[in-house]
Design a protein around this ligand. Structure first.
Ligand SMILES: *Cc1c(COP(=O)(O)O)cnc(C)c1O
Length: 232
């Protein structure tokens, strides 16, 4: 077994164990493998071990990889910051965008989605803990943005995404993730039909699953430490 296959198996076990502990069916949580900074060969290894959904932060790096891997039936998720001048690349190459935090970006993604392509799945990124990067919409503005995004023709609003600051322990991580869960529930109660709560990474996936995450985004535990610094 390759290192990546072995790591993937361990992550799947962590997810299954957390689901079991917190009374959730194992299929309630999707694993997104975050392959940023790793090359196409690492993605091929993960695919060979059964992984099909991949997350990327840096759009140009991702597009190069997506093109190089066009022979595989992969699902690509944009999880990094999206500037206006990059929306076309996202609309043309990705299946999902988790990091939509303003209407203008969602409008451009909808306008630029190629004719005949399935709608782009989108999540609204919410700055759930007021973290210093300030990425994401404020929780109190999420409903208005979600209602505007839902009206766009070529995107399909699936849910919300959060990247909280690292917490000191499990309880503290759960406290923040539960705020995202409460917002997710409130948006659904307001009439939106959302199925995706994108939260949890290598360090906090158990707390995220305990709090209701439906999609965990895991990089380090699958591919190992990254050798060039992330820019977010
Ligand atoms: C890098 C990244 C991840 C994965 O983080 P790990 O700690 O390596 O699992 C998840 N989500 C986002 C938005 C990221 O940028």
């Amino acid at each position: 077994m390759t290192m990546i296959a072995d790591n993937l198996q361990k992550v799947r076990t962590r997810i299954a164990t957390a689901c079991n502990t917190h009374g959730r069916p194992p299929e309630a949580v999707t694993l997104l493998a975050v392959s940023k900074t790793f090359g196409p060969q690492a993605v091929r290894e993960a695919f060979a071990a059964g992984q099909t959904a991949f997350g990327e932060n840096y759009i140009q790096e991702a597009v190069d990889k997506i093109v190089a891997l066009a022979d595989l039936p992969l699902e690509w998720h944009c999880i990094g910051p999206i500037q206006s001048n990059k929306t076309r690349l996202v609309a043309e190459h990705f299946d999902w965008a988790h990091s939509v935090d303003r209407l203008k970006i969602a409008q451009r993604l909808s306008e630029q989605r190629p004719k005949g392509a399935a709608p782009l799945n989108v999540c609204i990124q919410v700055n759930i803990d007021g973290g210093p990067t300030k990425a994401g919409v404020a929780p109190e503005d999420a409903l208005a943005l979600a209602q505007a995004v839902v009206a766009l023709p070529n995107v399909r609003l699936r849910g919300i995404m959060t990247i909280p600051e690292p917490a000191i322990d499990f309880e503290a991580a759960c406290a923040v993730h539960m705020r995202a869960r409460a917002l997710f529930d409130a948006l659904n109660a307001a009439g939106l039909v959302l199925d995706t709560l994108s939260m949890g990474m290598t360090g906090d996936l158990e707390a995220a699953i305990a709090s209701g995450s439906t999609m965990v985004r895991v990089g380090t535990a699958i591919f190992g430490g990254r050798t060039y610094p992330t820019r977010v």
